[in-house]
Design a protein around this ligand. Sequence first.
Ligand code: NDP
Ligand code: 2IT
Length: 446
Amino acid sequence: MSVAIDQFMSYVKGRNPGENEFHQAVEEVVESIYSVIETSPRYRSGKILERIVEPERVVIFRVPWMDDDGEVRVNRGYLVEMNSALGPFKSGLRFHPSVNLGILKFLAFEQTFKNSLTTLPMGGGKGGSDFDPKGKSDAEVMRFCQSFMAELYRHVGPNTDVLGGDIGVGGREIGFLFGMYKKLANEFTGMITGKGFNWGGSLIRPESTGYGVVYFASEMLATRKESLAGKRVLISGSGNVAQFAVEKLHEYGATVVTLSDSGGTIVDEDGIDRDKLDYVMDLKNNRRGRIREYVQQYPQARFLENARPWMVPGEVALPCATENEINEDEAQSLLDNGCICVAEGANMPCEPAAVERFLNAEILYGPGKAANAGGVAVSGLEMTQNSMRLSWTQQEVDKRLKMIMREIHSTCVKYGSHDGFINYLDGANVAGFIKVADAMLDQGLV
Ligand code: NDP
Ligand code: 2IT
């Protein structure tokens, strides 16, 4: 089997040179699903594997804009439409200087299986730009978003490709993007999710990824008769996903001791309580500051410059920043320090060798496409509400979110249990894949 997987990966690498994150994401899925492919003549003769790694469409475009000093700037925009077998493409947008085609292809590939797991009718996509919103004025961000949408508007729509948020794209950016789409298309439609509540957004969408990760971690712990109550939790990142994971963990009685950003990690042994979380939310969302400022406000905390949280002892780890942020040594350090549960808020935050350590140690390891699916799930619920032209209450959306996270968990258990151990990675990959593959076969060669 491993020879066949190696051969397939050589094929993928040959066709997509230099796209390392995409290769990594494909290999991880293929390793889980290869035995399913081998035993299915339909998948083999339908060349499902070769088709599923090929995006349906990719758009790459120039995004010129003018900064506050009157200087012309040029960025690159992308839209990767990976797979529409289950519904319109659902393409979260990432604005970060590291964005390139390979990163967006990995994210769109992951999204295809994640969306399949949510049980909602959404295909997989991802878009974005190498634009860096950090240090830009609101006016600059608006001009960039308007120029970006001036091209993108012709490719997206409520039944074609529905945009959403990701790193660097939150409420402010979504507002500017929606406004420009509405002007160009002359339509007020749900072509993007994460909208403001007054103009078509769903309650709980900002909270949903972080809440969902915590619901998922709690389900995983329950399989071992454990709970989050009293646990020390390590979180990376301090953006949207991290903030609402902290909020939900308070309800479950856990103590969060770390947060981070690309400058380093803060460690607060007393726990990041509600007041401290409010401070972080204001710092990050309104003042757009750096996490190091936390220790000026709370001097008993420590700031570890340029460090990630994984050397700090904790029983639960929620990586909520970015891809490949836990390496093999850090995984080992987590295990040595008694970590029993890793749930991925970010997409592909663990390097393959780190995942292997967790699986070999048989701790609870929840891959992103299952654990962080709550965000896109509530985006799907926002699409439903937009189609019906009504809004559900907070309780209604949260109830559905919790139900979806529970269902994803049971699906992983169903497809990933081997000899009493739940391999959530295999479970998520196999279940996500079968639904997409079957839909592709049903729809013929398109
Ligand atoms: P935000 O932009 O709100 O926050 C990102 C956080 O991660 C910031 O603290 C940022 O620090 C840090 N970060 C980003 N890139 C790096 C990097 N290269 N190295 C170190 N730190 C980094 O993004 P989100 O919270 O929305 O997204 C976080 C992760 O969750 C991503 O992997 C995203 O794909 C995933 N995700 C998001 C969903 C959503 O609904 N938003 C849904 C599902 C998954 P800094 O400010 O220094 O850059
Ligand atoms: O990675 C993800 O699932 C997201 N960034 C959410 C995208 C969305 O469409 O809500």
